[in-house]
Write a protein that binds this ligand. Sequence first.
Ligand SMILES: [Zn+2]
Ligand SMILES: [Zn+2]
Length: 241
Amino acid sequence: MSNRIFDALAYVLDAAISTAWPRECFVCGEAAGAFAVCHACEPILLRLPAAVCPRCALPAPVEGMLCGACQRRPPCFDATRAVFVYTHPVREMVLALKHGQGFVLLDWLGQAMSGALNGLKADCIIPTPLHPRRLAERGFNQSGELARRVAKTCGLPLWREAVVRDVDTPKFAGMRGKQRRRAVRGIFRCVEDFSGQHVVLLDDVMTSGATLDELARTLKQRGAVRVTNLVLARTLRVPRK
Ligand SMILES: [Zn+2]
Ligand SMILES: [Zn+2]
């Protein structure tokens, strides 16, 4: 299906969902009006602390200071903006999105992510691509759906098919940093030229950052000058580098 038809269908579906159902809060189940989370529950969603490394968004001793890991081995991406800490109930929201039960969350989470971008000047936005087989299984890419909303709110061009994933997600469990980096080497391929572009990479969760690092490396090989990650949730305990 062409992107244009898909977007039109998605738009109609979005409109139907947001007008047909008064929403229940995802966390407590009480009426939340047009929102996915009620005002009382909003503070339960843990936001990232102010003092984080600007490059990888892990807590740093001083606000704006690079963490030790980024100083020792700078990643290929230049900056990371993360909205929430990957913990309850954000973790359940991410899982709901992944399993196709969280469509009513998309607008709300997309707004939160647009806010984190905070008027950043960039040239385009790209969601982390899924392998075609995975996309066929799920029928949608949750990062793509979030990216569509952020692109619309922030007025950024969405380059949904500019990068493809040739290899499916490796199983990271138990792998150390070096093994993870090796496991993702060469899994992405750019089908567009990114010369001179500042690219925003959107993903739902950032754990070790190995996948985003590889994606940024691939984009820079094709001319991107700057890569900023925009992630919904950041895990704060990451595997050893
Ligand atoms: Zn609530
Ligand atoms: Zn860092």
